[in-house]
Structures are given as structure tokens and as C-alpha cells.
Design a protein around this ligand. Sequence first.
Ligand SMILES: *Cc1c(COP(=O)(O)O)cnc(C)c1O
Length: 364
Amino acid sequence: MNAPLNDRGVIHRYRRFLPVTDATPVVSLSEGSTPLLHSPRLSERTGAEVYLKFEGLNPTGSFKDRGMTVAISKAVEHGARTVICASTGNTSAAAAAYAARAGVQCAVILPAGKIAVGKLAQAFVYGAKVVAIRGNFDDALRIVREFGGVEGVAIVNSINPDRIEGQKTASFEVIDDLGDAPDLHFLPVGNAGNITAYWKGYKEFHAAGRSTRLPRMVGFQAAGSAPIFRGAPVERPETVATAIRIGNPASWQGASDAVSESGGCIDIVSDEEILAAQAWLASNEGIFVEPASAASVAGLLKCLSGQPCSKCPLATALRPGARIVLTVTGHGLKDTETALTFGGFVPKEADATLEAVRAVLEGN
Ligand SMILES: *Cc1c(COP(=O)(O)O)cnc(C)c1O
């Protein structure tokens, strides 16, 4: 049933740890096995060894593909003819692509006007039916949940446990690349499925004897949509980082457990810090990520700037030789508009002569 060229995705690589059987048709686009890039400049600034797990290099440009290969494979196994999701953008891109691959219908419910244009284009081009609601992500998810009982329809949001199962493979890869778990793992938090999944993955590999330790999990929410940090749902979440613009996370409990069990914390970063980190990462390390992804980098830079919060585990964990992994969750090409606007980037024009071009390059 599995075509040979499909044999490179996360189900193939970590089948033994995933809820699949020989009866599961593997729907894959060769997701996962993303690079864990050493960051010389962040390492220098922290005195630790800092690595970036670049999830933008998945087939649709975000980590959502890891969960989607499992969720869509299982949905097809159970006879689904339509998959549906609420999305801030990347879930819909992944759902639409994997549904196309599987030959099933895909419906996506989005908050109108709040989706980065690259992600919206993906949903349409992969052939999804797109409905933009006059409401936010939390409203979209409420509507999707109501489709739960409909015959032949499978929900592929991260409330579907198969998504979490697939996403935990990122932790497996980190351990396989480093030879052990890191001391700290930083990542952005929106609906909180991913921090839940990473922690599950770290615990499973540890229990299987594949690592000697567990990392502290450190999650960053955008200051304008930080329900977990603040301890209450946010009715009108706002942030330029649309992928984490969520006021009432579905995996709130999972995130709380991850930070309390691991001795980590949830902190916040401002939109300015997020955009500055995005620009810093691109121009200093050559890695272009979308704004939400930069929350992990913004978080590390914030911690380094001298005011760690009282619960911050960095004070003890940040020592020479410590290993810190930052997940950067999605590709920068998803949302070029934000990057261009924030940077004020407009090409300078010149006459078509060497002198004119040199004058511009030299700033005259
Ligand atoms: C979905 C997403 C997030 C947030 O992940 P959660 O599992 O919702 O916490 C962060 N960054 C990007 C790029 C995403 O697509």
C-alpha cells in the first residue's frame, strides 16, 4: 500500500512510536528530518550551545506537516471523505496538501483578514474549500468542533490526538541528532499543541532509553495573546504573529503539564521583540522564519537582556556547554508582507549604468 518513494516521512522513520498499523494507508509528503542548525551567534551570546530546529523546511513550510501525515492517514483509514480544520493559516495549508495527496475533500475555517497571504494561497491552490468567518481562531475552532459527529468527516485540528502523535517526532529527531535531549527547549506557543507534543516525545524517548535526561520546556506567547501566561482566556487576542494569535488554547493543560513537569516556564514577548528577532535571525544566521516562529528567538534574546522572570529556569540552566534547542516553526516566505512592512524595505532604483548602481550601493 505504501509507495516506495513515500518511505522517508515521519511515519516511516518512527512507525514504532506512532498509532499506525499495516492497515493504515500512509499519506506522506516526506515531512520531517528537518535540519538542526547550530547557531554560532546565539551560542556566543549565551555561552551555551544553541541549535535551531528549522521546521520551515517541511513540505508545506511548517511543523504542522508532522501531525498532518498521521492525522490524515488515520482519517483515511477510518473512512473519512472530508477533513475539516480551523486554522490561523498553517494548519489549513498542511491539511489541504495532505488531503489532496490522499484524494479527500478539505474544508478550512479561517478568521477573516487575519491569515498571512502565503498560507491563504496554499489552502486555495491545494484545493481546499475556504470559509473566512467574521470572528477569531477560537470562534473557528468552536464551529469545527460542532462538525465532530458528522458521518465521513474528520477534524484534523490538534484536538485530534493523531496530530500530537505526529508532532512529537520533532523531539525524536532532536535527540537523534544531538545524541541526547538538550538542557532547554524553547518554542512559540499558540494553541499549545506543539509544546504538548514535544514534551510527550521527550518523555517517550527517555522512557525507551534513547536519552539520559529531559529538557526544561520554555514556551513563549505573544504579549497580546498570552492566556496561559496570564492565567485566563483572552477574548480579543492581538499580535502580528498570526500563527499564535489564540485566546483560549485547546491544549492549555498539556502546556501547563509540560512546563510544570519539566521545570520550565511560559513567558511573553512583545510584537516589537518578535519582529526584531525575525530580522536578527535572517540577517545574522541566514534563516528566514515567519513572525510566530521568531518568538522562541525573541524569548532567548529577552532572557539574555538581563531580566529573566522569577520562574525562569535559565539562571541555573544557562551554563557553558549547556545545550539549548529553539524550534523555529514556519518559513518566512509564508508572510512576506509583514517582513517587508516592518523593515520598511523598498528597493532603491538606479539608472542602468555601473556608476549609478555604485552610487546607490555606496549610499550617495
Ligand atoms: C501552529 C503554529 C504555532 C503554534 O503552535 P501551537 O501548537 O498552536 O502552539 C507556532 N508557529 C507556527 C508557524 C505555527 O504554524
